[in-house]
Write a protein that binds this ligand. Sequence first.
Ligand code: PMP
Length: 415
Amino acid sequence: MNALPARDLAGFDVERVRADFPALSRLVHGKPLVYFDNANTAQRPRAVIDAVVEYYTEHNANVSRAVHTLGAEATALYEGARDRLARWINAGSRDEVVFTSGTTMATNLVAYAWAMPRLREGDAIVVTTMEHHANIVPWQLACERSGAKLKVWPITPEGELVEDALDRLLTPEVKLLALTHVSNALGTVNPVARIAAQARARGIPVLVDGSQALPHLAVDVQALGVDFYCFTGHKMFGPTGTGALWARREILESMPPFLGGGEMIRTVRFEGSTWADPPHRFEAGTPNIAGFIGLAAAVDYLAGLGIERIAARERDLLAHATARFLEVPGLRILGTAPGKAPVISFLVGGVHAHDLATLIDAEGIAVRSGHHCAHPLMQHYGVAATARASLAFYNTHAEIDRCAEALERARRMLA
Ligand code: PMP
């Protein structure tokens, strides 16, 4: 039912776009794959795969070391990727973009090199109930070492931050507010600019986990008014093992190194060493050169489609999926914030999420089941796990219908 015409909203040619993603045309258990695990990791377009292959085929060399031609080519491509990413998030300068292996590495970098040297006994860090473990555990480690404490910003039953709780939470001992831009488990899009303005008025720095925002929204780190913005490349159609920490230049300049080794130094003597300027101060060792070249290709791909058109298409997909899933008797959606990203966490009656996911996998449909690296959020809702369908612009109404029908069959089998 309701299959979209090939050319739908704003001239979005779905079939052409799908043809750019080789994995989307494979069969799983003899059925065409329906890939609804995009919040876990997205599929890569051919342009990203080609950029990686081309680097290894034509330009393979280490960066920032060799004067030979391949070394210069590799360095130009790698540093070009930094320029590309800096423009994409509207960083004030390319030097504000530190390449990391992903969000996890970025939050840990801030925890070790920024928070740990500053935190004192009695200080506090505020996180929210809906955080991924990558935006909780590094702060716990920093708190353990310093005697600081975590404070938790609660959420409503719909999965939105309780806005009037913030005033009460932002007390003078708070040294950092760390929150997600978009929840991976609920899809909630937090009003980061408004929140950051409130924190800034009290002189409290704000770190944002943008892992789930960049695949869906236009992100302008300067307009958001935050201090740190962390993200991961593989959720925005780039290679795994890529991501970045963006922070304002003066903050990065104030931070000591996190990891020591090659590339991050200015001089090394046995008596003591001096450090390179940011961003290289935080990029010790040989980086994932091919990965970042691929990530730049992913950014170009997204720019080619247009992030506003992507968002419009995903709003349409989310509305259709929500309506179709709710037709399954006993299906309950966790996270119903207005304007949310295309993520649907759900449970069907008393059926375990893993059983649901396993049964529909047999029909070629990939959804994630589990705690989504958000134990505290699961505890908040009193559930051990949910099933989660997370959509991307290349998904279709027909795929959503197949999934809803498979869920209904699974429910009847398991109930
Ligand atoms: N934060 C959020 C909201 C995420 O969804 C994820 C990935 N599931 C991460 C952080 C961690 O990203 P990575 O594993 O790529 O470091």
